[in-house]
Design a protein around this ligand. Structure first.
Ligand SMILES: NC(=O)c1ccc[n+]([C@@H]2O[C@H](COP(=O)([O-])OP(=O)(O)OC[C@H]3O[C@@H](n4cnc5c(N)ncnc54)[C@H](OP(=O)(O)O)[C@@H]3O)[C@@H](O)[C@H]2O)c1
Length: 248
């Protein structure tokens, strides 16, 4: 049987290289999409292998662009076994400084893009196919000043759990990786004050994507799979941890 083929949307982002290395390294065929031609060219130079790992400049937020991506995957590889939807966006800010355009953008990048990309690939998917999405623990336990981002990711999670029931009737697995902040060079530049002990590496996330795109995860439909590393919500309420003056 020929190697499985996946569409990877948002392939120009921070997590993509690790996912491409892992899935490509095990022999999967990948069509990498993004809107930024320069970054796509870089991906092609680093990872491209004709007929195995190819790129396509398209905007999967546009239904026509998403349809083109699915058709190209079929044209180039002869089959499509799933979607790894890495498209997303992040904005922080208090409610009174967050105009409606930011809410619309967060919903577009994090939620509606998933709807559009999924509708485009679904006609080509069959028994055993995989759909993988990405959210945050903050969607379940939101923190202040993240209302637009967390509302959009919460919408994504609820939507995946709903469609998972629909697509499993065709043997298709839809699951969400629930991850904390990834330790990337961009993040280190943007957030020098962050405690990077509480982040996860893109490689760890990629390993979970590898799991969710192979038969080892055959039992999972509509799961939210946490990749939290040592991240934890803290509260002063409990006092110090046990053994350090806290509860016995
Ligand atoms: N990195 C983290 O710490 C972290 C934490 C929790 C969750 N996540 C989620 O994990 C996923 C991957 O993260 P990442 O860090 O790799 O993301 P990223 O670096 O922000 O990249 C996401 C990609 O999405 C594409 N994109 C954004 N808006 C789009 C739109 N409206 N239409 C089409 N494409 C669009 C962009 O590609 P082009 O502009 O080049 O087309 C960008 O390269 C995202 O869903 C993110 O929210 C990430």
């Amino acid at each position: 049987m020929s190697a499985p083929a996946f569409l990877i949307t948002g392939a120009t982002g921070q997590l993509a290289e690790s996912v491409i290395e892992l899935l490509g390294g095990r022999g999967d065929r990948l069509l990498l999409t993004g809107r930024d031609k320069d970054r796509l060219d870089g991906l092609r130079r680093r990872h491209g292998v004709v007929g195995r790992i190819e790129t396509l400049a398209t905007d999967v937020f546009d239904p026509e662009g998403a349809r083109l991506a699915a058709e190209e995957a079929i044209r180039r590889f002869g089959r499509l076994d799933g979607l790894v939807h890495l498209v997303g966006g992040f904005r922080a800010g208090p409610l009174f400084l967050t105009d409606i355009g930011v809410y619309e953008r967060m919903l577009r990048d994090n939620f509606l893009s998933a709807v559009i990309a999924t509708q485009a690939v679904l006609p080509y998917l069959g028994e055993g196919a995989r759909l993988v999405y990405f959210s945050t623990p903050l969607a379940g336990e939101p923190l202040p000043a993240l209302s637009a981002y967390t509302a959009a990711k919460a919408a994504l999670v609820a939507w995946v759990r709903s469609i998972a029931h629909e697509v499993k009737r065709s043997g298709i697995h839809a699951n969400t990786v629930v991850m904390t902040v990834a330790d990337t060079p961009d993040k280190r530049r943007e957030r020098p004050g962050m405690n990077f002990d509480h982040t996860v590496t893109p490689e760890l996330v990629a390993r979970v994507v590898g799991f969710l795109t192979c038969e080892e995860s055959d039992g999972l439909y509509g799961s939210c799979v946490p990749v939290l590393g040592r991240f934890e919500f803290t509260s002063e309420l409990g006092g110090p941890p046990p053994g350090a003056g806290g509860p016995r």
